[in-house]
Design a binder for this molecule. Sequence first.
Ligand SMILES: *[C@@H]1O[C@H](CO)[C@@H](O)[C@H](O)[C@H]1NC(C)=O
Ligand SMILES: *[C@@H]1O[C@H](CO)[C@@H](O)[C@H](O)[C@H]1NC(C)=O
Ligand SMILES: *[C@@H]1O[C@H](CO)[C@@H](O)[C@H](O)[C@H]1NC(C)=O
Ligand SMILES: *[C@@H]1O[C@H](CO)[C@@H](O)[C@H](O)[C@H]1NC(C)=O
Ligand SMILES: *[C@@H]1O[C@H](CO)[C@@H](O)[C@H](O)[C@H]1NC(C)=O
Ligand SMILES: *[C@@H]1O[C@H](CO)[C@@H](O)[C@H](O)[C@H]1NC(C)=O
Ligand SMILES: *[C@@H]1O[C@H](CO)[C@@H](O)[C@H](O)[C@H]1NC(C)=O
Ligand SMILES: *[C@@H]1O[C@H](CO)[C@@H](O)[C@H](O)[C@H]1NC(C)=O
Ligand SMILES: *[C@@H]1O[C@H](CO)[C@@H](O)[C@H](O)[C@H]1NC(C)=O
Ligand SMILES: *[C@@H]1O[C@H](CO)[C@@H](O)[C@H](O)[C@H]1NC(C)=O
Ligand SMILES: *[C@@H]1O[C@H](CO)[C@@H](O)[C@H](O)[C@H]1NC(C)=O
Ligand SMILES: *[C@@H]1O[C@H](CO)[C@@H](O)[C@H](O)[C@H]1NC(C)=O
Length: 768
Amino acid sequence: MAVLFQSLVTRLLTLIIFCFVPTLEQSDNYIIHMDLSFMPKAFSDHHSWYLATVSSLAQSPNPNVSARADATPTSSKLIYSYTHVIQGFSASLSPSELEALKNYPGYISSIKDLPVKVDTTHSTQFLGLNPNFGAWPTSDYGKDVIVGLVDTGVWPESPSFNDDGMTAIPSKWRGECEVGTQFNASMCNKKLIGAQFFNKALLAKNPNLTLSMNSTRDTEGHGTHTSTTAAGNYVKGASFFGYAPGTATGVAPRSQVAMYKALWDEGAYSADIMAAIDKAIIDGVDVLSLSLGIDGVPLYADPIAIATYAAMEKGIFVSTSAGNEGPFLESLHNGTPWVITVAAGEMDRAFGGTITLGSGVSIAGLTLFPGDPSLGESPIVFADACNNTSKLSKISHKNIVVCEDKSDNISDQINNVQGAKVAGGVFITNNSDLEFYLQNSFPAIILNPTDGETIKAYIKNSSEPTATILFRKTLIGRKPAPSVTSYSSRGPSPSCPAVLKPDILAPGSLILAGWPQNNPVGVVNSLKLFSNFNLLSGTSMSCPHIAGVAALLRGAHPEWSPAAIRSAMMTTSYSMDSTHAPIKDIGNDYEPASPLAIGAGHIDPNKALDPGLIYDATPQDYINLMCAMNYTSKQIRTVTKSSSYNCSDSSLDLNYPSFIAFFNPNSSGSPTVQEFLRTVTNVGDGSSTYVAKVTPMEGFKIDVVPDKLTFKEKYEKLTYKLTIEGPKQKNETLVFGSLSWMDDGGKHLVKSPIVATSLSSEALASRT
Ligand SMILES: *[C@@H]1O[C@H](CO)[C@@H](O)[C@H](O)[C@H]1NC(C)=O
Ligand SMILES: *[C@@H]1O[C@H](CO)[C@@H](O)[C@H](O)[C@H]1NC(C)=O
Ligand SMILES: *[C@@H]1O[C@H](CO)[C@@H](O)[C@H](O)[C@H]1NC(C)=O
Ligand SMILES: *[C@@H]1O[C@H](CO)[C@@H](O)[C@H](O)[C@H]1NC(C)=O
Ligand SMILES: *[C@@H]1O[C@H](CO)[C@@H](O)[C@H](O)[C@H]1NC(C)=O
Ligand SMILES: *[C@@H]1O[C@H](CO)[C@@H](O)[C@H](O)[C@H]1NC(C)=O
Ligand SMILES: *[C@@H]1O[C@H](CO)[C@@H](O)[C@H](O)[C@H]1NC(C)=O
Ligand SMILES: *[C@@H]1O[C@H](CO)[C@@H](O)[C@H](O)[C@H]1NC(C)=O
Ligand SMILES: *[C@@H]1O[C@H](CO)[C@@H](O)[C@H](O)[C@H]1NC(C)=O
Ligand SMILES: *[C@@H]1O[C@H](CO)[C@@H](O)[C@H](O)[C@H]1NC(C)=O
Ligand SMILES: *[C@@H]1O[C@H](CO)[C@@H](O)[C@H](O)[C@H]1NC(C)=O
Ligand SMILES: *[C@@H]1O[C@H](CO)[C@@H](O)[C@H](O)[C@H]1NC(C)=O
């Protein structure tokens, strides 16, 4: 070892002397990919090799460098050494140290650590889950399946983490309940089986930082919400101040939860997230839920994509959020071919109240006011657009003020009325995308223009108009449902345009789930309100729904690969709403939602149990895809971690349950015919015959050969070719349809979305 060190130091010495070293170099955190086959035999394991490598960088005789190195103990430059997610480590390095490292034997590549974006109970019923048939009883409610989450931590006292009815912790579990600030090992139980935290990269980046909570305890709320959405236990009598009342439950109520806290109030870095995923793989989780992502990076530079590749190789299903940057096209993150990418939808539930006029007429409206359940009889006045604050300030505080919105945005009106400190507000608007305006700190209710006319006429006609408001109404059965939210990020995927993303739609708006007791959920009359449950909206909320469904499917079909589980969810999802019309896109004027907004469609867990056919994919299939994306050898090895790989079957045509074809009008010689070769595996029982059916796509000719697939036995694989022939498309064209395989018994319908677009895949890829 001593000899080896000598040679390293000599080598680095040479290098450092050749580069100019500025006096006060700013260090930064890097994730370094190494080739383990270069590890000298003298090292007992990869950890010691990485540590020696980093230490040797700091032992340079250059006085300026060593002086700085003396100030920081050398070992502290190494942040994490990773085991599964990458072959390599993260470290805090100066530019010259990084340059030196690049000439080190075994060095492959490095990326600067990136800050990560966090994407912010009726849903189980809405998903059709029930005790009598389907995914719940078949999977034993997700028993013995471990759902890991990388998030802001957990509030272990949340009633959703009670372990009533939970069976013993699965013997495969290798994780722990880590002791930290306000967190001890007895806070885990048979429901919350793991609680670990990762902040070394955050602290390396900000050495003087004081953490508000140096433990897995959740001070933000996001992680408590996502983890209890995926796998919270039953809690009777749950509600948010009387809204959404009932028994709260996660999607997989008998699965275990393991929390890996890597998102901190003080910041979130990918090196910490990679360490969390590394540990989750070691610990033996079955499903990972990641309500976070990084925008604008190619797969080989996206730490989440790299780490989840290792998880996929180990058979772990990974659910990720598409992001909240909609409704613009090309806005999603996690467009990674080996994970599922989840969009956010609205359910058939609405929260509201009733306003009763002095005339006796009652009108229903929308509200989530958490304060007093009612507002007693009060004078009511009409204040037009409520945009004249001096006029509003002259209104008596005893009044309810009615505002009429002409700009489809009531944000300013709400602020103005709140500032006027009146008794209550009524907001008339034609906008129905209101989830972020329902919860106010004063009694407020939102009405549509028709009901608004009734109230205006009453006020005009009456000498002393009055009204009362009752809050805390929950309406189930609102139509149409589901629909895709405006904020849900859209495809195509900038990091991998050849694969249609997002994959699937799941409930994301106003989801009731667990919440830290001491973190206020609202303010009324300057008083903070607290609750064990909170209603949140975002793709962060839809992602753990899919993780929960994956836990059920893993419980029912332990032999299925992550790609098989994803395929089952996608091909059995539905694209019609409760009015038998196509699911609508709130972000696109309620037009039919395209697969770039909802993927294959809305999740149907009970159908996903029995998909008939699946589109499977192996790690080699993803390698073939990266080969065809013209990734360099280094880039591919950064993702795969293996020193050799085989590009002889290079192809952009991944065996995926959806299709996207680019017909770019601006690129010369762009193809007008595109072919896709797909292989389906029969996971139904015994023999069956499937017939293809395609929906027409205007201007395109779609062909399927053969159009009939006859399976003789279970697990048999058959291949078909889909051809899309199209004209050179006009700018901004997006045409979509679907291919369905229907079996002879009519029992299985295996449906895949098809998109043909004039968006340029080259332009997309160049944005990463
Ligand atoms: C070290 O820092 C001093 C003072 O800034 C500078 O003059 C000198 O050139 C530096 N030495 C090296 C080897 O970079
Ligand atoms: C956080 O806790 C860990 C272990 O519990 C400890 O090693 C570390 O020094 C603490 N960090 C800070 C910034 O308090
Ligand atoms: C853990 O903390 C709880 C609450 O503070 C306390 O009641 C319990 O005794 C602690 N357990 C251990 C093993 O320290
Ligand atoms: C951290 O604190 C030390 C001592 O208070 C100070 O000298 C140093 O400049 C601080 N560093 C940063 C990055 O703020
Ligand atoms: C208030 O809104 C009305 C109607 O939109 C508009 O005509 C008026 O100019 C606005 N007044 C102010 C003070 O913004
Ligand atoms: C706002 O209302 C006041 C009366 O309170 C009036 O004097 C003023 O002209 C109004 N401003 C506008 C821009 O309409
Ligand atoms: C509504 O107006 C507020 C404040 O003017 C603005 O911040 C917000 O982005 C607007 N929302 C939409 C959907 O236009
Ligand atoms: C409300 O929106 C609908 C549909 O977009 C439209 O037909 C109607 O005219 C609008 N009404 C008002 C009062 O703006
Ligand atoms: C107006 O008031 C009169 C008398 O109170 C009543 O008969 C009539 O129905 C009212 N009209 C409306 C539109 O409320
Ligand atoms: C990869 O390179 C080949 C040959 O230059 C080219 O034809 C192809 O379009 C490239 N593929 C992608 C995805 O850029
Ligand atoms: C690469 O894969 C092809 C086809 O799968 C196979 O024929 C070939 O032997 C492989 N090459 C190596 C070096 O493994
Ligand atoms: C397509 O749109 C882009 C930008 O909107 C424009 O620069 C280009 O000329 C358009 N091409 C065609 C063929 O219309």
